[in-house]
Write a new protein. Structure first.
Length: 224
């Protein structure tokens, strides 16, 4: 299923979400300008599990935890992640507030990366992408907006149909797809491939942490 929009209107302008999309876009534009040397960029700023667990330099271990969240390997990877962030991020930011949402996003990204590195600690392949942090946003959306509905393109045989899907069904199905693919990946691609366990870890982290980052007192604008 490809999400197009949800039915929850944000009550405030999601400036942090806009900024995250912009930063990811700028980094991706820089990657496109690198040509073949982009692989050097991936290894320098991506997160390599083996190096993380063995490096004696604390800075070399911490910096990639953050920088890896803003790097993407191609157009499909970049656009897919930004689509999910755009659709689900504004409402989560609205419920948390800008500062809390940024802290939440980065926290979920770090926990997602740690989950993947615990499952696959000896990988030499750079882990890159905003997927883990955005999975945290999806987990928070499920926790904060269980009654929401998502307008999505749903595959039916060889065609895509527009349908309104309950967010609970959409997100729970997404999670179990990651769980199934992550389980298969342990045997099929033990040293690389998509970081499904980062998606799983990020989603669980977002679902669990969402109430702690939610604004204690919600102020409803007079125009709402």
């Amino acid at each position: 299923m490809i999400p197009l929009r949800d039915n929850i209107r944000s009550r405030s302008r999601p400036l942090v979400m806009y900024a995250l999309v912009a930063v990811n876009a700028l980094v991706f534009w820089h990657e496109l300008s690198l040509g073949r040397s982009v692989y050097v960029f991936f290894y320098r700023y991506g997160l390599v599990a083996r190096e993380f667990w063995t490096s004696p330099d604390l800075l070399d271990r911490v910096v990639p935890l953050i920088t890896s969240m803003f790097i993407h390997v191609g157009w499909v990877h970049f656009l897919g992640n930004m689509l999910y962030l755009w659709i689900f991020g504004d409402n989560v930011e609205d419920r948390m507030g800008r500062g809390r949402f940024l802290a939440f996003y980065l926290t979920c990204g770090v926990l997602a990366s740690l989950a993947q590195m615990i499952v696959n600690p000896f990988s030499n392949v750079p882990m890159i992408g905003a997927s883990g942090a955005i999975a945290g946003v999806l987990g928070a959306y499920l926790r904060l907006f269980p009654g929401a509905r998502v307008i999505a393109l749903v595959p039916f045989f060889f065609f895509l149909h527009l349908a309104e899907v309950p967010a609970v069904i959409f997100l729970v199905l997404w999670f179990f797809m990651q769980l199934a693919q992550g389980t298969l990946a342990l045997a099929a691609m033990p040293s690389g491939g998509p970081a499904f366990w980062a998606h799983i870890g990020g989603f669980v982290a977002g679902f669990v942490l969402a109430p702690r980052f939610r604004k204690r007192v919600e102020v409803i604008p007079p125009w709402w």
